[in-house]
Structure formats: structure tokens, C-alpha cells
Design a protein around this ligand. Sequence first.
Ligand code: SAM
Length: 268
Amino acid sequence: MFRLRGTMQPQAYLATASVEDRMWWHRARRGLVRRLLRGAGVRRGGVLLDLGCGTGAHLALLEDFAPRLVAGLDRSDLALGLAREKAPRAALVRGDLSRSLPFADESVDATLVLGVLCHAWIENEVTTLREIRRVLRPGGVLIVTEPAFRLLRRRMDQVGMAVRRYRRREFTALLEAAHFEARLAAYFTVTGALLVLALKGAEWLQRRLARGGQEHAPAELSLPPPVVNAVLFAIARGENWLIARGLPTPFGVNLVCVAIKPGAAVGA
Ligand SMILES: C[S@@+](CC[C@H](N)C(=O)[O-])C[C@H]1O[C@@H](n2cnc3c(N)ncnc32)[C@H](O)[C@@H]1O
């Protein structure tokens, strides 16, 4: 049974770790992140970070870039323990993105920040982004994904302690305030927005019928039937392929941004 408290629940980390390798949304997002890292020209032999790495599904992806070092940072010991199983070669660090990061100035080539700035443990997004900028080298790459549109807020946000959802302009303004140069800002999981609206409706109905009874885990924490999973993956992958090529998307469940720390070009 899921009880909502002020801390991210162990069940949320455990359930995410068990589904993220196979679930359509996670797989499609990893594909998008891989494309964007390649498109940004992330060089071999660099230092790559995943900040707020959670249960570690992206750390293995970063290894594909033949880095000198891959490091994951998270505030949760449970998440780091699960990440250790998925990415045995990555350096894992317990740290807080609302405090200073344990990395030297201009020592990092690229960093992922996926579904983290929306989190209740982030005190101020601009302060966090400025600290990330400090550790990136000039020309270094930041890839961020965050939940979009408050209208799409649902039970999974509460379970995952997401307290913010962004619009594109709002988020690029945060990047500018932290002196990043946004190269791409697009919504993704476009078709999936219909699914989320249906989920919201089902959650509303469930609450009305349960009237204070047992609450179940959000649907996002369990795998859909294989055929549904495969179809949703194919749709999301197609969308992401277009988004990585600059397709303007007016709406979506999530926002993706690629930003650069102004300075020398990547690979220079
Ligand atoms: C929604 S999960 C996303 C995990 C992973 N990035 C992904 O996209 O699969 C958010 C993660 O950010 C971590 N987190 C949130 N606030 C943090 C902070 N201030 N410092 C470090 N980690 C934080 C949480 O522990 C959690 O693992």
C-alpha cells in the first residue's frame, strides 16, 4: 500500500528499478537522451555525470560514450544501492543538489539532470543550475528532462515528490538566469498526454469510489501488457526521433532541454 509522506517512498525507488529497463516511457526517454548526447557532440574520454541519478538506468547509457569517468549523484542511499547493481563501474556519490557539488570547477563535459529539478528536495532551481554550470567546462552540455504542464499533475507526482511542472518558456528563463544557452527546448511524450489525461480521470474515479480506503500504486510503477508496452514504445520512439530533429511540439507530458555552458565548443 502506498502512503504519501514527506519523503520519497522506498516502494517508489524499488518499483522504478524493477520496471525502468523494460517500460516504454523509460526506454523511449533513454533513446532520446542518447540521441541528444550524440547530437551535442559529447567527446570520448570525457567526464559525464548523472545528477539525481535515482536507480541508475542512465549510468550504463553514459558508459557507451567511452568516458574517462561516469559518476552518479543522489541524496538517497536506497537509490544509490539500486544504481550500484545497474552500473557497477560508475562512481556513485551521495550528495545534495541543493548544496555545493563535490566536483571541481570546469571539470565535467556533460551532465544529465532527469526529473530532478521538479523535486521537493530542490530548494531553488536557479541556484542548483548555477552550481551545475560551475562544474561544467565551457562548452559543456546539460541535458534536462522535467514534467510539463500543471494540468497533467497526478498521483505519480505526489509519489515521486514532484512539486513542479514546467512550460517551455518558464524553463528556458531558468536556464538563462543560470547563464546557460538553451539549444533545444521541446515537449515530449506528446501522444502519451492523452493516456495521462485518461489516467487522471481513472484516479479521480478511484478516489471517489474508495472514499479513504486503500490507495494503490500509480499505474506508472507497473508494466502494461507487453503488446501495449510495445505499441506505446514505438509511438514514443517515433516522436522522439522527430523531436531530436527539431520538430516543434506544442504539448507533451514532459519537457526536454539541451543547454550549453557558453564558451569553447564541445570537442574543441
Ligand atoms: C524522479 S527521480 C529521477 C531519477 C532519474 N534521474 C531518472 O530520471 O530516472 C528523482 C531523483 O532525484 C533525487 N533527488 C531529488 N532531489 C535531490 C537533491 N536535492 N539532491 C540529490 N538528489 C536529489 C531523488 O532521490 C531521486 O532519485
